[in-house]
Design a protein around this ligand. Structure first.
Ligand code: SF4
Length: 80
């Protein structure tokens, strides 16, 4: 059995915060940070995050779906 290493980008508790100084947020552990929360956990606790839960595949598919209407990241580059 291969265990997946904690990766906030694949975790259901990971959020992006509106706080510019602390743009990442872990809902499970209740903190915001400047770097990925799983890196913070490793540096403080010395162990990989124990709260990591793989995000459901449907959510990951939804975020990579390019057919949705609205402004896409690269389209905004034209107005800069
Ligand atoms: S639970 Fe762990 S892996 Fe998930 S967002 Fe929080 S720190 Fe990252």
């Amino acid at each position: 059995m291969i265990l997946e290493r904690p990766n906030c980008w694949k975790c259901e508790f990971f959020r992006i915060s509106w706080d510019r100084k602390f743009p990442y947020k872990c809902e499970a552990l209740g903190f915001k940070s400047q770097s990925l929360p799983c890196i913070q956990v490793m540096s403080i606790d010395g162990r990989p995050c124990q709260a990591f839960q793989v995000k459901p595949q449907s959510e990951m598919d939804e975020r990579s779906d390019d057919s949705r209407p609205g402004i896409k990241g690269r389209e905004t580059d034209r107005y800069v």
